[in-house]
Write a protein that binds this ligand. Structure first.
Ligand code: NAD
Length: 503
């Protein structure tokens, strides 16, 4: 039996809005219940930001901007590094809190979410004093320098599937480049972000540099996206919301970057190392209960190995240990909310209506310990082009399987989607690996691996998966404006206009 005592009690989290360095109630006193997806019990309630609160947060970020922009970049670097150290000191507390709030198994929050969060702060902390410009060789007598300046006040809107990690992906580069931030976490999973805000104060971030306003998307999020005093929105979430952000941002033509949905193709060729491909393909879809934009949710199998592959893959899916997120043995936890579980279950009705054969899963586990929660068995379904579950993002532990005969059919199937985020292929043929990687329309391709991410490598997509990039040196372009400065130090400028002079 799992000992459910843990080092952090969600009720002890500073559960109010974080504005200008202080935790404050919402203007109208509204709150949102935060629910544990293991049993749908209430963990705590947090203050709910609405338009008036967002206005206060934007004003605080605006006031803090000149000071933060002009802070010595090595001091910004030091603070970001200190935050990483502080988060690491609170490793157990943060990982437990993230698991309670999201349902991620503790082995994942300990093994991936928090380590990647720390790595991201350290990577961009390290870059903060290296964001240099360039000098352009122009005509003699002139010096042209291109400086990279922060864009100003950045609104950041993130989803519920990796709250703390996405917070790091957004905050670290924005702060390193000298911007100030108003962050709107998902209304479903705000706890680790609020705890992080408290730790930011402890390490000495100046007031107003980061402001956290949990609230609903249609109110707080929409207002932030429309706000005329916000210079940029960095958004991660669904394609549908991404479109609303684009429209909302038009009032002041603010910059936007969009990390949206995906429908990743995961291609297994007959010449792959099958056991590695089976394990990697299971990780591609079942990690985080399939709630990942880069999930390998369309498994494409070459006909000649499909039966053997599926036998192994299904056996592996059925062996995955589902359980309480805080149990270190748990490999798959609950989906993050009841509403989302219902959405995923609806796709099973769609499968029934469209005649897609369910090869395993397709229901909630029968274990009585789990029947109050948002659990779903790993689900494998036969489907192909024209089927809803082949085309739409299900965002659960739910993979469609399609067979192909040759490389060109595999590429056509992989590209038979409006999305273009993550994708992968398994082969031992070097030339094929490069050929297919080039041919797939996606922002990321993994060869003989899946879902690898690193703060140094750009993350993002094409098509309906959005534009702009998180991570990598490339993402600093999202958070800086190039400014071209011309200096005449020794040039004779021809008199284009005489101005009536008669020299
Ligand atoms: P969502 O679009 O419903 O919500 C994302 C965030 O936007 C939340 O904070 C929400 O409150 C806010 N929001 C909702 N409506 C808004 C509006 N009108 N204006 C401003 N903000 C609004 O997405 P979700 O269900 O929380 O997350 C799942 C989706 O996110 C999936 O589609 C997934 O693929 C995508 N995602 C993409 C990436 C990526 O990097 N490309 C990463 C993770 C998740």
């Amino acid at each position: 039996m799992l000992d459910k005592t843990h080092s952090v009690e969600p009720q002890q989290i500073r559960n109010r809005l974080f504005i200008n360095g202080e935790f404050v109630d919402a203007e109208d006193g509204a709150t949102i219940a935060v629910v544990n997806p293991h049993d749908n019990s209430e963990l705590t309630a947090i203050a709910e930001a609405k338009a008036a609160d967002v206005d206060k947060a934007v004003a605080a970020a605006r006031a803090a901007f000149p000071g933060w922009r002009d802070t010595n970049s090595s001091d910004r670097a030091r603070l970001i590094m200190k935050l990483a150290d502080k988060l690491e000191e609170h490793f157990d507390e943060l990982t437990e809190l993230e698991s309670l709030d999201t349902g991620h198994p503790i082995r994942d929050t300990r093994g991936l979410d928090l380590p990647r969060t720390l790595l991201t702060f350290r990577y961009f902390g390290g870059l903060a004093d290296k964001i240099d410009g360039r000098q352009v060789p122009v005509e003699p007598g002139f010096l042209n320098v291109v400086k990279r300046q922060p864009v100003g006040v950045v609104g950041q809107i993130v989803p519920w599937n990796f709250p703390l990690m996405f917070c790091a992906w957004k905050l670290a580069p924005a702060l390193a480049a000298g911007n100030t931030v108003v962050m709107k976490p998902s209304e479903l999973t705000p706890l680790t972000t609020l705890r992080m805000a408290e730790l930011m104060t402890d390490v000495g971030f100046p007031d107003g540099v980061v402001n956290i306003v949990p609230g609903y998307g249609h109110s707080a999020g929409q207002h932030l996206a429309e706000h005329l005093d916000v210079n940029k929105i960095a958004f991660t979430g669904s394609t549908q919301t991404g479109r609303k952000i684009v429209t909302a941002s038009s009032g002041n033509l603010k910059r936007i970057s969009l990390e949206l949905g995906g429908k990743g193709a995961n291609i297994v060729f007959a010449d792959a190392t099958i056991p590695a491909a089976v394990g990697g393909s299971a990780f591609a879809i079942f990690h985080n209960q399939g709630q990942a934009c880069i999930a390998g949710s369309r498994l494409l199998l070459q006909e000649s190995i499909a039966d053997e592959f599926l036998e192994r893959f299904i056996a592996l899916a059925e062996s995955i240990k589902i359980g309480h997120p805080l149990d270190p043995q748990t490999e798959m936890g609950p989906l993050t909310s009841k509403l989302h579980l219902e959405r995923v279950l609806e796709y099973l009705n769609v499968c029934a209506n469209e005649g897609n054969r369910i090869l395993t899963g397709g229901r909630q586990p029968s274990d009585p310990d789990l029947n109050q929660g948002c659990y779903l068995l790993p689900t494998v379904v036969e489907a192909g082009p024209g089927d809803t579950v082949f085309e739409q993002e299900v965002f659960g532990p739910f993979v469609s399987v399609t067979r192909f005969t040759d490389e060109s059919e595999a590429i056509d199937l992989a590209n038979a989607t409006d999305y273009g985020l993550g994708s992968g292929l398994w082969t031992n043929n070097l030339q094929r690996a490069h050929r297919v990687a080039d041919a797939i329309d996606a922002g990321m391709v993994w060869i003989n691996c899946y879902k690898r991410v690193h703060p140094g490598s750009p993350f993002g997509g094409v098509g309906q998966s959005g534009y702009g990039r998180d991570l990598g040196i490339e993402c600093l372009n999202e958070y800086t404006e190039p400014k071209s400065i011309w200096i005449n130090y020794d040039a004779e400028i021809p008199p284009f206009y005489s101005g009536g002079a008669t020299t």
